[in-house]
Write a protein that binds this ligand. Structure first.
Ligand SMILES: [Zn+2]
Length: 198
């Protein structure tokens, strides 16, 4: 009988990605209110010791970006924005460990372009000695793709390896009104012109 490899890597315990309800609502509104692909950062904490497999997304934020139907790009203002909004507080910066973006419809798996982008971000983070980084894609049907790069265990987890749960909001107990989310989108997102480059 031919030998086949049947053993699959099974994470034990499986990573648990918790999303606070209001952060989830905000993301969903970004995805639904913006006609194009939109990106956000998220603030995540990780449990200690026996709970090191538990990651909690507390809040999300938009940064200045130019968007189109199939890509989004950081603008030159991004770094100024980062310094002013994220680096200002060490705890805040340490928790800024998620990059999410939307796919309008259909497939939520990362495109080749996304994969390249992930690789670039991860390279930067490894250089700064970070412990983990999370990527997320969501579409309007609330389908989600997740990837957790864990440098503590040197394992990369994909959606099918990760348990995901929406939990009660602790950090921002009051939901963000839709008008505030609209304002945040207007302030940060500009629509790019698609240029066919051959
Ligand atoms: Zn994408």
């Amino acid at each position: 009988m031919a030998k086949t490899i049947t053993k699959k890597f099974v994470p034990d315990p499986r990573p648990l990605f918790r999303i606070e309800g209001n952060a989830y609502c905000k993301i969903l509104n970004y995805v639904k209110l913006c006609e194009r692909e939109i990106s956000w950062h998220g603030f995540v904490t990780r449990g200690q010791d026996d709970n090191a497999h538990i990651f909690t997304l507390h809040d999300v934020i938009l940064f200045p970006q130019t968007v189109n139907f199939t890509y989004c790009k950081l603008t030159g203002e991004y770094y100024t924005w980062y310094k002013k909004n994220i680096s200002i507080d060490q705890e805040f910066e340490e928790q800024c460990k998620l990059f999410g973006h939307s796919h309008i419809t259909g497939d939520v798996s990362p495109s080749d372009c996304d994969k390249q982008y992930y690789a670039n971000i991860v390279r930067d983070f490894v250089e700064y000695g970070d412990e983990y980084y999370i990527f997320m894609i969501m579409n309007r049907a609330e389908k989600m793709d997740l990837q957790i790069f864990d440098y503590k265990t040197m394992v990369k987890y994909y959606t099918e390896d990760i348990d995901c749960r929406i939990v009660k909001s602790i950090r921002n107990p009051a939901p963000s009104p839709i008008k505030d989310i609209r304002k945040e989108i207007e302030k940060n997102v500009s629509v790019g012109v698609y240029r066919y480059s051959g």
